[in-house]
Design a binder for this molecule. Sequence first.
Ligand SMILES: Cc1ncc(COP(=O)(O)OP(=O)(O)O)c(N)n1
Ligand SMILES: Cc1nc(C(=O)O)sc1CCOP(=O)(O)O
Ligand SMILES: [Mg+2]
Length: 208
Amino acid sequence: MPSLGRLHLITDTRPGRDPLTVVRAALTAARADLVVQVRVEDSATDRETYDLARRVVALCAPYGATCLVNDRLHVALAVGAAGGHVGADDLPVAAARHVLGPAAVLGATAREPGTAAAAVTAGASYLGVGPCRPTRTKEGLPPPIGMAGVRAVAGAVDVPVIAIGGVTASAVPELRAAGAYGVAVVGALSGAADPARATTELIEALTC
Ligand SMILES: Cc1ncc(COP(=O)(O)OP(=O)(O)O)c(N)n1
Ligand SMILES: Cc1nc(C(=O)O)sc1CCOP(=O)(O)O
Ligand SMILES: [Mg+2]
């Protein structure tokens, strides 16, 4: 399995957003270092998800960037994505690994060390850990786990920890110091006036 990119751009498909324009801009700046996770609203149909994911796979390919699909692993397989991401309401990690196969990238959400270690044992190749900080992008999340929460999970596992939730470039140094390998963002790129420049700032913070 190739090494995992440190910057994960999660598509923002809320009304009024333009996820493909943001993906294109981020790819020009991050190239092969970018992981794009196709995440859609729960109300989106499988066909809509498939159409978006197919386009993202095609955009990523010339750059050697990685495309993952959130939740809907059948869509990941159908479009030839590199893998997927699952959380507590999705397929269990072991079942997701069975569906995707041994070579796929498989992310799992974990908020504390016990579930993190269990997810790795079940087959997760990276963990999405958060919310690190307050975020308005997703409703219904538990309170932020902060840097201490990231540190606790990172100390319990030997796979990359991808910090998520309210992440900005200025927060990256403390997240790395807490053990995060990389970050996943929605608003920091989707809401940026210049997504390519914002991508460069995140990559620089992640690799300096
Ligand atoms: C990198 C990363 N981390 C966490 C999540 C959240 O997944 P989940 O808990 O399944 O919630 P939804 O995104 O499906 O609403 C993620 N998608 N990516
Ligand atoms: C989809 C998602 N999952 C989270 C979790 O903590 O599990 S936080 C989140 C949204 C992250 O968006 P932003 O970068 O705009 O804060
Ligand atoms: Mg999910």
